[in-house]
Design a protein around this ligand. Structure first.
Ligand SMILES: [Fe+2]
Length: 229
């Protein structure tokens, strides 16, 4: 039986956020201050989202691990400390760019920003993979899928709507079609209709046409929604 992977959806969203931002960093001409400002703003979003995510895990997921495997919980808390340090170093590189008084000084920071972002990305890709590899078997051993779903519910209930909206956007971009279809069905069954409809709108906005058509097909709602302007 396939068990509930509480990390899958959010980790896929965070990974695609990293991949997309990595491309943005590579495309940025750091001699162009306006272009750089957009990239810097995005990188700050990345740091913010990973901080929020680590905070949710520290408060809701690791305590569930700590009850049965305290040393494992400690090790992952330490990973979050390292993650925070990498985020601080990255933010410092961005601030150095913003406060450099002349354009040559700013342009010289292109490489340090890029290297610092890569370190942050690589650490987090490995960290998220390790969480799924090590923590899932522990969670599955001691908790039912219903209990794990309850932890996800507690996390989401604490998030402000603006963060939920941004997370939804990146999760839709990062998930495969069956995952998106399953998510929409679950939201339709469990929440007021306006929440389902706004997620559907977001899917229409974020997904490439073919992926959106496949999702609609999975929901059995092809014609009605696709013919709307
Ligand atoms: Fe984590």
């Amino acid at each position: 039986m396939q068990r509930y992977n509480m990390f899958n959806q959010i980790h896929k969203g965070l990974r695609v956020l990293l991949y997309d931002t990595a491309t943005m960093v590579q495309h940025t001409d750091f001699w162009n201050v306006e272009e750089a400002a957009e990239t810097i703003s995005r990188i700050r979003d990345v740091i913010f989202f990973f901080e929020k995510h680590a905070h949710s895990e520290d408060n809701f997921v690791f305590p569930a691990i700590k009850t049965y495997e305290p040393s494992v919980a400690d090790a992952f808390e330490q990973e979050h400390v390292k993650d925070h340090e990498l985020g601080e170093a990255l933010a410092a590189a961005l601030t150095a760019y913003e406060t450099a008084p002349v354009i040559t000084g700013k342009a010289a920071l292109a490489s340090p920003i890029s290297r610092s972002f890569t370190r942050f990305m690589v650490f987090n890709l490995e960290h998220m993979a390790l969480e799924e590899e090590v923590l899932n078997p522990i969670l599955w051993r001691y908790y039912s899928d219903e209990e794990l779903g309850g932890i996800t519910g507690q996390i989401v209930a604490k998030l402000p709507p603006s963060i939920i909206a941004q997370s939804n956007k990146w999760m839709l971009r990062g998930l495969n079609v069956p995952e998106i279809t399953g998510w929409l069905k679950q939201v339709e069954a469990a929440t007021p209709e306006f929440i389902y409809l706004s997620l559907l709108d977001c899917a229409k906005e974020e997904l490439a046409e073919q992926r959106f058509r496949q999702v609609m097909k999975g929901l059995g709602k092809t014609a009605a929604i696709l013919t709307n302007p």
